[in-house]
Design a protein around this ligand. Structure first.
Ligand code: ARG
Length: 470
């Protein structure tokens, strides 16, 4: 007999059981569901709704059910539909009819909202931790490469030289935004919906703040209808996750390019690459490729939840059961990608000479020749035209700007003097860009300081979370 079977005259069609059950996936919430039930039952006793000895029996029973599920997932059945009813059924099997008092003043509708918030709190903290580890790996590589120069690109055409440290730091600040978004989302996740009941609240004299305090929520949700129909926090999580995947995917694309023979700027460690079943020479960057590929499924989950929710009237609708698989898969996909990315970045080797070659055998110092002419009094537009001619002539004669003699330089402009050779040196070109945020070594040093300040703010937040969620 179903927990809700009283009103029915026949058993459920087996296909309906199969179709409507969520236990195959919401069993991931078992521990959170039981945690929520423990808080609820403590509150029921404290509010005088059940007796203290009933509470003790239920608490003991819930702990046994938790251990039982952990040791054997087969105790969960689709006949009992979802994790909430499976736990309740197992509890009643364990302690008898008194187990039936657990669901007093509560509905599965506020219960699932609670479970998902408890689950996402942990995921957000884990992801912030993993992002911080990745930022640290990037910073370590950057610090080892404050003299390594590579071409900076626009349109994937060599544009101006930059420090490799500068390039890596751009990802540190990109991931910083992700960290901040997740930390900010936490305050919207960390509210307790329990007590909203099915939709309208409950007539029992419950104490919602008691449950909030037991579970270390910041606040209680304010409106019962909104409490059971709100999945904005899931949408927000998937949206934050999509941005993280987009960032990882762009970085992946660079790693794939850089490790190609055509670029040969870096080599990923053997431990993070795979081979070909047919071509013995191959070493493939499967990890960044797969991260780039898995970005699609995370975007898909975001579109999925937005579409599931868009036509739903208040309050709970069964459609909302579709909110879970995408959320789980997203958290797992991100944890997988980030866990691999940090050691992969940490262990990659950088082909400093190849990068330098790409800068030296190129025209990426052309802007600096134009800027030089401007310091000698030419309007920038004229300087641009003069340098354009110089570059064209060099291309025709298979030369780079630094191959020109002073006399040849002077053919393009009389104002050019012998100091031009120093000005056009790649390191000088980089170090000329001293303003905050530029690629000069001194600006890169400043960026290290900024990044470290952000990281120590995150560390403080993570310490607070460890205390809150312990
Ligand atoms: N399994 C359900 C879900 O995940 C739990 C809430 C169900 N509530 C209900 N009245 N059927 O959405």
């Amino acid at each position: 007999m179903k927990l809700w079977g009283g009103r029915f005259t026949k058993p459920t069609n087996e296909l309906v059981d199969e179709y409507t059950a969520s236990i195959s996936f919401d069993q991931k919430l078992a521990t959170y569901d039981i945690l929520g039930s423990l808080a609820h039952v403590n509150m029921l006793a404290s509010a005088g709704i059940i007796e203290a000895d009933e509470r003790d029996t239920i608490v003991d029973g819930l702990k046994k059910v938790d251990a039982l599920i952990k040791s054997n997932k087969d105790v969960l059945t689709k006949e009992n539909e979802d994790i909430h009813m499976n736990v309740e059924k197992l509890l009643i099997d364990e302690i008898g009819p008194v187990g039936g008092k657990l669901h007093t003043g509560r509905s599965r509708n506020d219960q699932i909202a609670l479970d998902m918030r408890l689950y996402l709190r942990d995921q957000v903290v884990t992801l912030v931790e993993l992002l911080t580890t990745l930022q640290t790996a990037l910073l370590n590589q950057a610090k080892a490469h404050t003299d390594t120069i590579l071409p900076g690109y626009t349109h994937l055409q060599r544009a101006q030289p930059v420090l490799f440290a500068h390039h890596l730091l751009s990802y540190v600040f990109m991931f910083q935004r992700d960290v901040e978004r997740l930390m900010d989302s936490f305050k919207r996740i960390n509210k307790s919906p329990l007590g909203a009941g099915a939709l309208a609240g409950t007539s029992f004299p419950i104490d919602r703040h008691f449950v909030k305090d037991e579970l270390n929520f910041y606040r209680i949700t304010e409106n019962s209808l909104d409490s059971v129909s709100d999945r904005d926090f899931v949408v927000e999580f998937l949206s934050d996750a999509s941005l993280i995947m987009m960032h990882l995917s762009r970085f992946s694309e660079e790693l794939v390019q850089w490790s190609s023979q055509e670029f040969n700027f870096i080599e990923l460690d053997d431990a993070f690459c795979t081979g070909s079943s047919m071509m013995p020479q191959k070493k493939n960057p499967d990890v960044p490729e797969l991260v780039r590929g898995k970005t699609g499924r995370v975007y898909g989950h975001l579109m999925g939840i937005l579409t599931t929710l868009k036509g739903l009237p208040l309050a709970y609708n069964k459609d909302m059961q579709e909110d879970k698989e995408g959320m789980f898969d997203t958290a797992e996909t991100l944890i997988g990608a980030l866990s691999l990315f940090s050691p992969m970045v940490e262990t990659m080797t950088v082909n400093k000479e190849v990068m330098y070659e790409a800068v030296a055998k190129d025209y990426s110092n052309a802007t600096d020749l134009a800027d030089y002419l401007v310091t000698k009094g030419l309007p920038f537009r004229e300087a641009h035209a003069v340098v354009g001619e110089a570059v064209l002539s060099c291309i025709d004669n298979h030369k780079y700007l630094l191959d020109l003699t002073l006399a040849e330089f002077k053919q393009f402009s009389e104002v050019i003097e012998a100091d031009i050779f120093e000005v056009l040196d790649p390191l000088a070109v980089v170090n000329a860009r001293k303003a905050h945020g530029g690629t000069a070594k001194q600006s890169v040093e400043w960026q290290f300081g900024e990044a470290e300040n952000y990281l120590s703010d995150t560390t403080i937040w993570l310490e607070k979370m460890a205390e809150l969620l312990s």
